[in-house]
Design a binder for this molecule. Structure first.
Ligand SMILES: [Ca+2]
Ligand SMILES: [Ca+2]
Length: 123
């Protein structure tokens, strides 16, 4: 989980992610992460985002447009480690700030894509 004021309104958001969920056939690595939006009344709205087997959650303004972007590095997916997809959600100016209409998938493989995102070239 990460706590950050993504939309810079003075109220912190809670960003939750999960590595996998359980199913009768075993673990499912295509998961859902969520943002609970902070407000004066508390956490009153949630944005759900499709993600994969999260290793961590990173935030930063990757495209330098002044809005926070979210990076969800993955090491697996339902297709296996070699098909793992790390996902970037770019922050937009409308509500919800994050959606699948402005997303970038990095499908270079789980360990490799995670290493790329954290700057480790030894993988
Ligand atoms: Ca906020
Ligand atoms: Ca941005």
């Amino acid at each position: 989980m990460v706590i950050e004021d993504l939309n810079e309104d003075g109220f912190a958001e809670l960003i939750f992610g999960q590595y996998r969920t359980f199913a009768s056939s075993g673990g499912v690595y295509n998961t859902t992460s969520s943002i609970s939006w902070g407000s004066a009344a508390g956490f009153t709205s949630v944005t759900s985002l499709p993600t994969y087997s999260l290793l961590t959650i990173l935030t930063g303004d990757l495209d330098l447009d002044g809005r926070a972007d979210l990076v969800f590095p993955a090491d697996n997916s339902n297709g296996g480690y070699s098909a793992a997809t790390s996902r970037v959600y770019y922050g937009g100016s409308s509500t919800p700030m994050y959606s699948t209409s402005d997303v970038q998938d990095l499908s270079s493989g789980g360990g490799a894509s995670y290493a790329f995102l954290v700057g480790d070239t030894s993988w």
